[in-house]
Write a protein that binds this ligand. Structure first.
Ligand code: MIC
Ligand code: SF4
Length: 640
């Protein structure tokens, strides 16, 4: 039986376990990446593990999220990360270099390697034929210290591409189409693997746009074959030696196949407030637009921005629109300054800002009240832009650029604007950029700790009886942005969990933190796909600090579930989903003989108020059971 590319790469890295879907394996991790908003925790944890020289082939610490520096906090975090990076032999990428995923693609991604990143969009590397997985910070810290990562063997969804994208349809529309088909939970437990004739019509950066937003499917990761386009891309980055051709076997068997004819893809948009709420731009109609934001790890490549520049050249941004552009890397920006495209953007009236995540994570450029904002980003969760009542639509760079000119959501096919083919260009060699000293471990480097950097919370061993009060009953598809909001006000506190926890669930229920603080122990009831979205482990650490002992839900998103377990918080799944309806805010729930129930992987939760008992299934692997019993991953590692 032929093998999928996913299984070939995983098998190549297999350290323990068997390649049986659903069972736990441990794989070798070749590379890791961190960014600053999750990175401070990662490096505090790495320090707490008394790790010395890292065990990966390459680990990179990027600074790209918290670059506003409205107070000392961000810059202190940067200095902390830089000093720890140096201590452990991690490459440090300065703020201003660009967005971690774009930079990693340009400078370090290698076909066939494994990459673990403390950011949910790490699968961007799948565009180069890597198995690139997003994980919680602690998992990445452990991968650095030990060079390994454990995961459940995924199933593989094959997406068969045929045809070629017409003008005005782009890679973004392909992934929006896939999201419409599969939904935000359609990828859970799966790798999405692309194959077929259509693959060769997509550039590496197109492929990276698609694998990047595979995160929104809830997938473990997404991957493309590595072919002549990969070779050309790597060669232009000055890294032809890193090329390796890779593909699934001709007769590879997929668990499910989705066929996509690229020639039939129309310009699409994800409407408020979910990336899978997708419709054709022509169907949505010409709604008035207030802001257009182009950039983010999804759509900030050289080709994307050159297309935008070509559309804007010689035209003016509509007087009622604010167009903001954040390029993916300083190399791209430098190229566009050299070839004149930057001037085309500026002359058209674009606001070109720093090469960083910026508006994508609400770090500035929040739209006006009630605004319609078109964004080339990957998430349009309510409030993420920093403006709670803004209506955010996710679109391609082409649709964004043409709409910035017309002032309304526009299907470019209805205009006479022609987008030229963009030729890929050679990029400057890495050493002319400000990535500072490569991976040499200087164990005696002193760690710089600013006053805002506080120790991360630690759990304690699982007690015999767990008795809690329900302090929140949440609905379906709760995001980690809902649990631990992030914007320019809160991001400076990513290294200060005690402060951050006061804002936990702030947008859903402003009293949540206070309610938790008033009782000795608490728990959350959730619906389906609890914890989708960002990998931020703060969405587990803040509840841990507030005394949350378990979350009982209909189902969990992958990364958040792991983050809960790493923090020693039980993720319990209702055996009978209708039990959810029995729970009310303020109910007292009790788990008796907790350790032995955890070992049995079946837990009875008693509701003292209603007298009802709920059967719940934590679905823990052996390793996860140990972690829960020990009160989290760090405690487990210290004991092991
Ligand atoms: C995001 O897009 O939400 C982030 C910010 O990049 C996160 C990480 C974080 O919350 O720091 C992610 O996607 O993992
Ligand atoms: Fe940064 Fe946005 Fe990408 Fe997250 S999704 S890594 S905030 S650009």
């Amino acid at each position: 039986m032929g093998k999928t590319l996913t299984y070939k790469i995983l098998e190549n890295h297999l350290i323990a376990g068997e390649m049986i879907p659903g069972s736990e394996i441990t794989i070798k991790i070749d590379q890791t990446l961190t960014q600053d908003s999750t990175g401070t925790m990662v490096y505090l944890q790495l320090e707490a593990m008394d790790a010395e020289k890292i065990k990966t082939e390459l680990s990179v610490a990027y600074i790209d999220h918290n670059t506003l520096q409205t107070g000392f906090e961000n810059a202190d975090d940067h200095a902390f990360i830089k000093s720890v990076a140096q201590r452990h032999g991690v490459v440090f990428s300065k703020p201003g270099n660009g967005i971690c995923h774009q930079l990693h693609l340009e400078n370090y991604g290698i076909p066939g390697k494994t990459l673990l990143g403390s950011d949910s969009h790490t699968p961007t590397g799948g565009g180069l034929g890597m198995i690139a997985i997003g994980a919680g910070g602690l998992d990445v810290a452990v991968a650095m210290a030990k060079g390994t990562y454990s995961l459940n063997v995924p199933k593989v969804i094959g997406v068969k591409l045929t045809g070629k994208l017409p003008m005005w349809s782009s890679a973004k529309d392909v992934i929006l189409h896939v999201l419409k088909e599969l939904t935000v939970k359609g990828g859970v437990g799966n790798v999405v693997e692309y194959f077929g004739e259509g693959v060769k019509t997509l550039s590496v950066t197109d492929r990276a746009t698609i694998t990047n937003m595979g995160a929104e499917l809830g997938a473990t990761t997404s991957v493309f074959p590595s072919d002549e386009n990969t070779k050309e891309y790597l060669t232009l980055q000055g890294r032809c030696g890193d090329y390796l051709p890779l593909a699934a076997d001709e007769d590879a068997v997929y668990d499910k196949i989705l066929e996509v004819d690229l020639s039939a893809i129309a310009p699409l948009a994800a409407m408020p407030h979910s990336p899978d709420n997708v419709a054709a731009v022509s169907e949505i109609g010409e709604i008035k637009v207030d802001q257009v934001a182009i950039g983010s790890c999804t759509n900030s490549s050289y080709t994307d921005l050159m297309k935008v520049a070509a559309i804007l050249k010689g035209k003016k941004v509509h007087p009622d629109v604010s167009l903001v552009i954040s390029p993916g890397s300083s190399r791209i920006l430098a190229k566009m300054a050299e070839n004149g495209a930057l001037a085309d953007l500026i002359m058209a009236g674009a606001r070109v800002i720093e090469c960083a995540c910026g508006p994508c994570i609400g770090m500035g450029q929040s739209p006006k009240s009630g605004a319609v904002s078109l964004r080339t980003f990957n998430r349009n969760f309510k409030g993420r832009s920093g403006t709670n009542d803004a209506e955010v639509y996710l679109v391609s760079p082409e649709t964004a650029a043409i709409s910035a000119i017309t002032g309304v959501l526009t299907d470019g096919r209805k205009t006479d604007v022609v987008i030229p083919e963009i030729e890929l260009v050679e990029m400057q060699p890495l050493d002319s950029y400000t990535v500072s000293p490569c991976g040499h471990c200087k164990a005696n480097t002193e760690v710089e700790m600013g006053p805002n950097i506080k120790p991360f919370p630690r759990n304690t061993e699982l007690p015999e009886t767990v008795s809690v009060e329900i302090t929140l009953k949440a609905g379906d598809n709760i995001t980690t942005d809902d649990i631990m909001p992030s914007d320019s006000r809160l991001l400076p506190y990513r290294s200060n969990v005690p402060h951050l926890s006061n804002y936990c669930f702030e947008k859903i229920d402003a009293e949540f933190a206070k309610r938790c603080q008033a009782v000795p122990a608490c728990a959350i009831a959730g619906g389906d796909n609890y914890g989708q979205g960002s990998s931020r482990e703060h969405a587990a650490l803040a509840p841990l600090h507030l005394g949350v002992k378990f979350v009982v839900a209909k189902s969990f998103a992958r990364i958040h579930r792991s983050n809960l377990i790493n923090s020693g918080i039980l993720p319990l799944v209702f055996a009978d989903a209708s039990d959810y309806d029995d729970i009310t805010l303020g109910d007292t729930l009790v788990i008796e003989n907790a350790p032995s129930q955890v070992k049995a992987n079946e837990i009875i939760v008693k509701n003292v108020n209603t007298g009802k008992e709920y059967k719940t299934l934590p679905n823990l692997s052996d390793l996860e059971t140990e972690m829960i019993l020990a009160g989290g991953k760090i405690n487990y590692l210290k004991k092991a």
